[in-house]
Write a new protein. Structure first.
Length: 264
């Protein structure tokens, strides 16, 4: 077992990522700095409770907390169920309630790799006309679909700004979790025609960045919010987010009302 897969190495790696000194983490977790130093160096073995406590103070994602427990010789503490699992039935009902309740405005639920796991009916009109139908084959990656030159990108009026916004969100997410899949997704997005040379810096004075999307002869404008589960104890729920889009102008609001009236 190499050092980066041992509990001491994992603790040190996450502490470094969170820019915490041994003294800071020890004080926050109410353990002695000497003992923490021994754990990181491999001279002492932490208890199960200590691993969980240190992981909580370091804000380690649940998936990676399980890895830390395994590295310390303990069983994982957090379950990972499919969203259709009966034990997650109430959580799934909550997701569907949020999605349906947001209509006629579009909303989607995505997993940690930005794959769409659910959506409301208001999303469908925006997927019409996507040139590369393979982008719509499940599981749909919403970042790939948005920025791919044969996806939604040709219809995004402010593509340079929107691409910069999405890639910056992706980078911040991966800074927190350090996921190889997210790193590969970022590299792919950066290879698209609207890459680093064409992206524009974000305006620090902006209140929110709108998505401006061309639909026929109309240009629609949206702002969005993110909803996550509070204090989840399941890996799947901890990695799920609902993005809800709101009309940013009256023209977009009228378009959505009209589209919902036409939809069965």
């Amino acid at each position: 077992m190499d050092q980066q897969t041992q509990i001491g190495g994992l603790l040190r790696t996450w502490r470094t990522r969170r820019r915490m000194s041994q003294l800071d983490l020890a004080a926050d977790a109410e353990v002695s700095q000497r003992h923490l130093s021994f754990v990181e160096s491999g001279r002492s073995a932490p208890s199960r409770d200590m691993v969980i406590r240190l992981a909580e103070r370091l804000d380690v994602p649940l998936r990676e907390r399980n890895q830390m427990l395994l590295a310390a010789g303990f069983a994982p503490n957090y379950g990972e169920r499919k969203l259709g699992d009966p034990s997650l039935a109430e959580a799934r009902k909550a997701i569907d309630l949020v999605l349906r309740g947001h209509e006629p405005n579009p909303a989607i639920a995505v997993d940690r790799h930005w794959q769409m796991v659910a959506s409301n009916g208001s999303i469908a009109p925006f997927l019409e006309g996507v040139e590369d139908k393979a982008l719509l084959a499940p599981p749909v990656n919403v970042l790939r679909l948005s920025l791919h030159p044969k996806g939604l990108a040709p219809r995004i009026v402010n593509l340079a700004e929107w691409a910069a916004h999405l890639i910056e969100r992706l980078r911040r997410q991966n800074d927190a979790v350090h996921d190889a899949g997210l790193a590969a997704l970022e590299a792919e997005l950066m290879s698209y025609p609207v890459g680093p040379r064409h992206m524009r810096p974000l305006d620090a004075n902006a209140v929110a960045y709108p998505l401006r999307l061309r639909m026929g002869g109309d240009v629609l404008s949206f702002i969005s919010t993110i909803t996550i589960f509070g204090s989840p104890l399941d890996v799947t729920l901890s990695e799920l987010a609902i993005e809800s889009f709101f009309p940013a102008d009256e023209g977009t609001r009228r378009f959505l009302r009209h589209a919902s009236g036409d939809r069965p």
